[in-house]
Write a protein that binds this ligand. Structure first.
Ligand code: SF4
Ligand code: SF4
Length: 475
């Protein structure tokens, strides 16, 4: 497939030049870059190259503290939760880092619409309102029509007070025409991980299948935007190639998107290589350790302060907490990364077990095995507000409309109250008694942080309506 867009914006000599020029900058210059980042206006790719190479502990602490301050200033205390839903593990690609690679022995499964309905009911009973729909690439078994029907089924599945209010979609790179179809079906964010921006590594990691085409894959988000999808999500799979290169390349891709469409990505995901079926981590020389990964998250937070950052259940709970402080605004919770796992998961929780494994192969190993209720309780205890908010997409606050609100800080007037309203819904409908008590206390505490008295009063009124049975209230 040929794209009218070129992937030349990933200018490898320029990336190496930036890394070379900034490898040993004077301390004052680095401090100047960190101070500039503190104004939450973002950084240039060259400045990012300087920060991502830092090893000095004192300077790194400054980077971490600045990331924390930016996160609190822009995102406040809310942490948006979602559930990934894998609907098919059939795949014609042979990505060497993935449990679904086509030459592997993964047990394959594709959900029928009835099975999707059952899965969504289970996800709703776990309290979720937002799904990330995910699947392998197989144009014959799972063409775009299958995805569109799945989205229709998901939006139409209502279990008691539950409903999925936003479906983000993570499927293979496709054509402008198919992106238009996804838009018409009510997609929230279209997410595509570039995996690695490094062309030679990309070729090694993708020996077979349509995903082998670097240019087609790397320009997919531009086609998605041309197809009318305002909110797109990007991400590198850290561990495939040198993270210094990847972070600067990520910046070049964001800048290019801003130049072409006037708005950058809505989210950046930061997945890290995990064990998976028939994937041997020893064969990956660029794995990033915990300290390097913290640096990646913090530098990205400084570089693009208004872009949401997503972490998955790949990370262990204690480490996830540290990363959240550095700039994460969204995370998956209680994830099943096999096909059709949620129904079993819910049944297991009801029997007092922590989780029920699906009877097929997961795409990667999960590091956080807590139930959504346990995660939500922990978030409240950590001083954050778990949020199931989907308001912006439903109010038409997407693309550049969203970015202008984010950049003026006005988005806080909606994020904080909406987080409290959706938390209240969760507590009324799904929480265990222990979580409910902790959550109610958290609501009282966080109401105080709403500085505008009119919005605070309105939020209190809406919270009361939820207590008497009204649902789906948002600003
Ligand atoms: Fe298929 Fe995606 Fe896995 Fe590659 S990463 S093998 S495209 S499911
Ligand atoms: Fe996200 Fe908008 Fe809700 Fe804030 S108000 S949490 S930006 S959907």
């Amino acid at each position: 497939m040929d794209s009218k867009y070129s992937a030349d914006f990933i200018d490898e000599p320029l990336i190496h030049q930036y890394l070379r020029e900034t490898a040993d900058l004077p301390r004052e210059e680095i401090e100047g870059i960190i101070a500039k980042a503190g104004d939450a206006k973002g950084l240039t790719p060259r400045e990012v190259a300087a920060l991502i190479q830092l090893e000095d502990k004192e300077l790194l602490d400054k980077v971490f503290n600045t990331a924390l301050a930016i996160k609190q200033k822009i995102y406040g205390k809310r942490l948006v939760l979602f559930a990934p839903l894998y609907i098919s593990s059939y795949c014609v690609n042979d990505c060497v880092y993935c449990g679904y690679h086509c030459s592997g022995d993964a047990v394959r499964k594709k959900l029928t619409m009835d099975e999707i309905r059952e899965e969504v009911e289970a996800i709703e009973e776990l309290g979720h309102k937002r799904i990330m729909l995910d699947m392998g690439e197989d144009p014959v078994r799972t063409p775009i029509e299958y995805v569109l029907e799945a989205m229709k089924t998901i939006y139409a599945t209502i279990k008691d007070n539950g409903a999925i209010r936003r479906i983000n979609v993570q499927i293979a790179a496709t054509t402008v025409e198919e992106y238009k179809m996804l838009k018409a079906a009510g997609i929230g964010t279209y997410v595509l991980f570039e995996e690695t921006f490094h062309r030679e590594t990309y070729a090694k990691m993708h020996p077979k299948g349509p995903k082998r085409n670097y240019d087609w894959h790397t320009t997919a988000l531009l086609r998605a935007m041309e197809g009318g999808i305002d909110d797109v999500g990007t991400g590198v799979l850290y561990g495939l190639y040198d993270y210094h290169f990847e972070v600067v390349a990520q910046m070049l891709s964001i800048r290019h998107q801003e130049e072409v469409f006037g708005v950058g990505p809505h989210t950046i995901s930061v997945p890290r290589m995990r064990m998976a079926n028939e994937v041997d981590l020893h064969k990956f020389p660029y794995l990033v350790n915990d300290d390097q990964f913290k640096k990646i998250v913090a530098v990205l937070r400084l570089a693009v302060p208004y872009t949401g950052m997503i972490i998955s259940t790949r990370e262990e709970p204690a480490y996830r907490d540290q990363i959240i402080d550095l700039g994460i605004s969204q995370m998956s919770s209680g994830s099943c990364v096999g096909i059709g796992g949620y129904k079993k998961h819910l049944e297991a929780i009801r029997k007092g077990k922590q989780e029920g494994a699906p009877d097929n192969t997961p795409q990667f190993d999960v590091g956080d095995h807590r139930t959504p209720d346990e995660i939500l309780r922990h978030i409240c205890e950590s001083g954050y507000i778990p949020s199931y908010c989907t308001a912006c997409y439903r109010k038409g606050r997407t693309g550049d409309r969203f970015m202008s609100l984010a950049k003026t800080g006005q988005i806080q007037n909606t994020c904080q109250p909406n987080a409290l309203l959706t938390l209240k819904e969760y507590l009324m409908d799904y929480a265990t008694p222990e979580t409910r008590a902790i959550g109610e206390k958290a609501i009282v505490e966080h109401l105080k942080d709403i500085t505008n008295p009119k919005i605070r009063d309105l939020t209190i009124q809406e919270l009361k309506k939820i207590e008497t049975g009204t649902r789906d209230l948002y600003f």
